[in-house]
Design a protein around this ligand. Structure first.
Ligand code: NAP
Length: 341
């Protein structure tokens, strides 16, 4: 059994920790943090999903702060790392780098980083579908961002089936997550003025041969990014063939506007009505009606639930790094346990 610690229990960390806890081939050894922020108190409470999990502090100030806030802390994470096989680092950008330098590398413990971490933090930018095998046996892996994950999942199946000459994606990004009450914008759409935006190169870190450019804006919503994509193909498939390719791709769903799911709000409500935990939607959702081929140009629009889409890929990254399963069986196993298609 692989012993896993999740460090940084916020939006991504609490979800990854719960997902690890549900797997039968890895053990959630503990959580690590520096403060109650991000929901730590709730998830560890008697009714919380991580109740009973050991809590560590990732530094001395954090230990003092957590104890002041009334938590029982088992000690410093560093003092337990010889029993830990991998840390999934879900701390904010900047902290991840310091943790690699001060905690993981000197203690020879493997680590997985998240989308906000710098490019060079790990030799592999990981998406389970696009490049699972690249992470085999690696000590450090970065699971790419929510935007990059959805683009990699959709682009990889389109490239495999129909060949991509080049792609352009326009990204409409959520302003912040639900608890991020200090983020914006309010009443504005804010363009990313670096054109093309960094998201294209981020996808190329996973799919180096893909010719892709991106543009992005930020809008005042909290649930979901929307991507409008057009792709020049090497072939001229029928719309239905592309839809079938998306249907066959793990972690990509087709949703129909005509069935009432004609906005991100309606898709969010669907997840609430399905009693999905936290109304999470780890699959990328492609609006079926938008999948259109004209000559050799393919268009589609998809939606990304930013808070949950990377969770299954973190689980697969652990299996790849410890060479526990091949790609297909890891994806199947993760999806079964997490209740994904
Ligand atoms: N949110 C998303 O939609 C999303 C999607 C995909 C990828 N990501 C990436 O995932 C990573 C985490 O983002 P997030 O949104 O989950 O952040 P978050 O909600 O702010 O959670 C980060 C947690 O780490 C804690 N922390 C800060 N310093 C720490 C330290 N030294 N040791 C341990 N814990 C520490 C923070 O506590 P304090 O608040 O007290 O500092 C907070 O509880 C980032 O790289 C981000 O880019 C985020």
């Amino acid at each position: 059994m692989v012993n896993v610690v999740v460090n940084g229990i916020g939006t991504i960390g609490k979800r990854v920790a719960e997902a690890v806890k549900k797997q039968d081939d890895m053990t959630l050894y503990g959580l690590s943090d520096v403060s109650q922020n991000g929901g730590l108190r709730t998830v560890l409470s008697e009714d919380g999903p991580l109740h009973g999990t050991d809590l560590y502090a990732s530094n001395n100030d954090g230990l003092e702060q957590l104890e002041d806030q009334g938590f029982y802390v088992n000690g410093l994470l560093e003092d337990s790392l010889d029993e830990v096989d991998v840390v999934v680092d879900c701390t904010p950008p900047g902290i991840d780098e310091m943790n690699k330098e001060n905690l993981y590398a000197p203690n020879n413990v493997k680590a997985i980083f998240q989308g906000g971490a710098p490019k060079d933090i790990a030799p592999v930018a990981f998406n389970a579908d696009a490049n699972y095998d690249d992470a085999r046996g690696e000590d450090f892996v970065k699971v790419v961002s929510c935007n990059t994950t959805s683009l990699s999942r959709t682009m990889s199946v389109v490239d495999e089936e129909f060949g991509i000459n080049n792609a352009v994606a326009s990204l409409v990004r959520r302003g912040g997550d639900i608890p991020q009450d200090s983020r914006g914008p309010i009443n504005s759409t804010v363009p990313v003025t670096d054109v093309p935006s960094h998201h294209g190169p981020d996808v190329q870190a996973v799919m180096p041969d893909l010719e892709i450019k991106t543009l992005a804006v930020k809008v005042p919503v909290t649930y979901g990014h929307v991507h409008m994509v057009n792709v020049e193909l090497e072939s001229k498939p029928e719309d239905e063939e592309v839809k079938e390719a998306f249907r066959s791709q793990p972690r990509v769903d087709l949703v129909k506007a005509g069935e009432g799911y004609d906005s991100t709000g309606k898709v969010h409500e669907k997840m609430r009505d399905l009693h999905s935990e936290r109304s999470d939607m780890p699959n990328a959702a492609v609006w079926e009606e938008t999948v259109t081929v004209e000559d050799s140009t393919l268009y589609w629009i998809h939606m990304v639930h930013q808070e949950s889409i990377v969770v299954p890929d973190n689980i697969d990254a652990i299996r790849a790094m410890f060479e526990m399963e091949d790609k297909e069986s890891s994806i199947r196993k993760t999806d079964k346990v997490l209740g994904l298609r």
